[in-house]
Write a protein that binds this ligand. Structure first.
Ligand code: NAD
Ligand code: ZN
Length: 261
């Protein structure tokens, strides 16, 4: 995209955001690629190398060897371990400091919105988080590091310290039920916002991708920043096909200019 075109589109987005009272930011893996975490469906996406069907909830539950392999991978550290927020995450945190942000609804499990300074209470993690391990039997949760240490000390399939039940990372696997509170809360906030800003999502994973649709149906302005097409492009008030970091930096410049005028 030409610099002049990008400038014009980011100004339009800034205009909507500066007028917003309840902005919902909806993010996907594309906001974190500039932090070095690969997405699933982008040009360098993980699904070009791996088969998503291996990573189902059903396989984890039914295949003890797969569980061992999964814990070994877990102890080796995922892509999200050690990743730092990038300018797009900081721009979203700035929206929060300016008092415009209602919440962030994210499909990401990397915790980078919180690391950039958005309060935990304002981040709805639709697909879980890599920071915790949960017991599938009693529901207790444990810090990732605690379980990792047990694996590094020799355990192959750690069990729950409280009930000896089956442990699993708190990342939602394919085929695993969505977290109930998060899903309902995300829907409620989406229907009540006045601007919905999508950053870095292909918008093909449901029910997550319903959220921007709910917002649009309820009359909110819809802004989509994503490299590559999405099924909701024709509904967007502003559509920017460009990198998240640079685009969000330009947009926040425009928002701050408008608020200090
Ligand atoms: P996706 O992989 O389906 O789509 C990401 C989109 O972002 C693609 O269209 C891609 O072209 C675009 N993109 C990549 N880099 C970009 C950039 N710098 N600027 C703008 N756009 C960029 O991801 P999704 O929509 O989030 O859905 C897939 C699932 O992947 C989700 O369920 C999510 O939980 C999971 N996931 C999460 C992480 C993470 O936590 N960081 C990483 C990989 C996958
Ligand atoms: Zn338990």
């Amino acid at each position: 995209m030409e610099a002049r075109e990008l400038q014009a589109l980011t100004e339009q987005a800034a205009e909507h955001l500066a007028r917003g009272k309840r902005v919902v930011v909806f993010t996907g893996a594309g906001i974190s690629t500039e932090s070095g975490i690969p997405d699933f469906r982008g040009p360098q996406g993980l699904w070009r190398r791996e088969n998503p069907e291996n990573y189902t909830y059903q396989r984890f539950l039914s295949d003890p060897d797969w569980r061992k392999q999964s814990w070994k991978r877990f102890a080796g550290g995922g892509m999200a371990e050690g990743a730092e927020p990038n300018p797009a995450h900081y721009a979203v945190a700035e929206l929060d400091r300016l008092g415009l942000l209602d919440c962030v609804i994210t499909q990401n499990i990397d915790g980078l919105h919180q690391r950039a300074g958005v309060h935990d209470d304002r981040v709805i993690e639709l697909h879980g988080t890599f920071k915790w391990v949960k017991c599938l039997d009693c529901g207790a949760r444990f810090p990732r590091e605690e379980i990792k240490d047990r694996i590094l000390a020799g355990e192959e399939t750690p069990d729950c310290p409280q009930c000896h039940g089956m442990l699993k990372t708190a990342v939602i696997a394919f085929g695993e039920p969505m977290p109930v509170w998060e899903t309902l809360e995300a829907e409620r906030r989406s229907r009540a916002c006045d601007v919905c800003l999508v950053i870095g999502s292909s918008l093909v994973v449901y029910p997550a991708a319903y959220m921007p649709l709910f917002a649009h149906q309820a009359g909110a302005k819809l802004i989509i920043i994503n490299q590559g097409e999405t099924p909701l492009d024709s509904l967007a008030d502003v559509r920017i096909d460009a990198r998240a970091g640079q685009t969000m930096t330009l947009i926040m410049d425009g928002v701050k200019r408008r608020l200090t005028r």
